[in-house]
Design a protein around this ligand. Structure first.
Ligand code: FAD
Ligand code: GLY
Length: 384
């Protein structure tokens, strides 16, 4: 038998924004929490992301996903302040809002559709003519036709966010185990029910009655008592480029239907992205870079004269129906999932952390998690 190295109240598998934020909330509540991370904390999707908090730009209808996204966005100002106090790190929460440009006739149709459902839902969305947009963003392409403005869709610096969450969780007493891959979730059968007992990992066994799976796109690789877990999550690669900011500058996050630009403090703008189903391959490719540059230059042509500062790629965790998987396993006491946040895990961090920590601490969540229930895929559990 592998050696038992420690005993905790809860084990979180995965040290991205989702795992770290849940660990922080549980440690704040006085629990002994371990975070098992197969690599370095915060080096996967959470590091690669753009940090946009953009439900109006990303969602397609006022559905369950949209309501969670808006609820999480509403929590961000306080979340940023609390994180600063708990970690000393400013996550650069910026409130200029987001522009969504129409550059072609087909774009007009998409923007009209978006305007329609958002206006009908009473959301804060404005139509701006080209002249107005150019006053806000002089670098926007001259072929710009009009734009939507989402005054409440903001951004944070996601690399600072993961650093802050890691520090805040550590300061609250969470124990981090980097370079410790979880292999298998362990359980036992008692009085007709299945209960979590811990996790077998690269360095032995850790014991706990609660395990939260926050393993991003690797979730489906975890074993449950020797079988694979219930939740299939696959990687969708996104390639990004940081480009030196032109002297005129950009202020807003700017979307087109094909890509986006994110102005950052420190004199650069992030251009994204690709959406590629290429497995666990994080390479930056020539084709990907060409695509991202084309999208960026279409929004702000002057960027083509600027220096490239950095390139990278990350793997978005994609669930079966594009929606996150958040909640308790229907068959196994003490097993919870917080995964498959796909394109919006940074946005959804505060709400996910609140909902999952409430579930662990009280058995209920003040946020409606039914659309995200782990049991919704109707897959047969690996054990009875
Ligand atoms: P991750 O950050 O991937 O963390 C999961 C962690 O689990 C990893 O560190 C991994 O090493 C660890 N792990 C996996 N298996 C194991 C195991 N067996 N044992 C131990 N550890 C394990 N979202 C937004 O809201 N706004 C954006 O603007 C945005 N832009 C994006 C742009 C790109 C290019 C990409 C790739 C993503 C973007 N996202 C954005 C999505 C966002 O990055 C993700 O949804 C979010 O980071 C998911 O967080 P996570 O903690 O679940 O995953
Ligand atoms: N949310 C932006 C992206 O995933 O590319």
């Amino acid at each position: 038998m592998p050696e038992v190295i420690n005993q905790f109240d809860a084990i979180v598998i995965g040290g991205g924004v989702i795992g770290c934020s849940i660990a922080w909330r549980l440690a704040q509540a006085g629990m002994q929490v371990a975070v098992l991370e197969r690599g370095k904390v915060g080096c996967e999707a959470s590091y690669a992301a753009g940090g946009m908090l953009a439900p109006l730009a990303e969602a397609n209808a006022a559905d369950g996903f949209f309501h969670l996204a808006v609820a999480s966005r509403a929590m961000y100002a306080d979340f940023a302040r609390e994180l600063k106090a708990a970690s000393g790190i400013d996550i650069e929460y910026r409130t200029e809002g987001t522009l969504y440009l129409s550059l072609t006739e087909e774009d007009d149709e998409e923007l009209d559709r978006r305007w329609q459902w958002q206006h009908e839902a009473g959301l804060n969305v404005k139509r701006l003519n080209a002249e107005c947009v150019r006053k806000l963003e002089p670098l926007a392409n001259e072929k710009l036709r009009w734009a939507l403005k989402f005054p409440d869709d903001h951004q944070v610096n996601n690399r600072r966010l993961i650093e802050a969450l890691h520090a805040a969780a550590r300061n609250a007493g969470a124990h981090f185990f980097p370079h410790t891959e979880a292999h298998q979730i362990l359980s036992e059968h008692r009085a007709g029910q299945r209960y979590i007992t811990g996790v077998a990992h690269a360095r032995g066994n850790a014991v706990a009655p609660t395990v939260v799976v926050a393993a991003g796109c690797w979730t489906g690789k975890l074993l449950f008592d020797g079988s694979s877990t219930l939740i299939p999550v696959r990687p969708i690669r996104g390639q990004m480029i940081a480009i030196e900011m032109p002297a005129t500058g950009l202020n807003h996050v700017i979307y087109s239907r094909r890509g986006y630009l994110i102005p950052r403090l420190g004199g650069f703008v992030i251009a994204g992205s690709t959406t590629e189903n290429v497995g666990y391959d994080k390479r930056v490719t020539a084709q990907g870079m060409a695509a991202v540059i084309n999208k960026a230059v279409e929004i702000a042509p002057q960027l083509q004269e600027q220096a490239i500062v950095e390139t990278w790629a990350g793997l978005r965790p994609f669930g079966l129906d594009q929606w996150p998987v958040i909640g308790a396993d229907p068959k196994v006491n003490g097993l919870l999932y917080a995964t498959a946040h796909y394109r919006n895990g940074i946005l959804l961090t505060p709400a996910t952390a609140k909902a999952v920590s409430e579930l662990v601490l009280t058995g209920n969540s003040s946020i409606n998690l039914s659309p995200f229930a782990p049991g919704r895929f109707g897959l047969e559990p690996p054990i009875g």
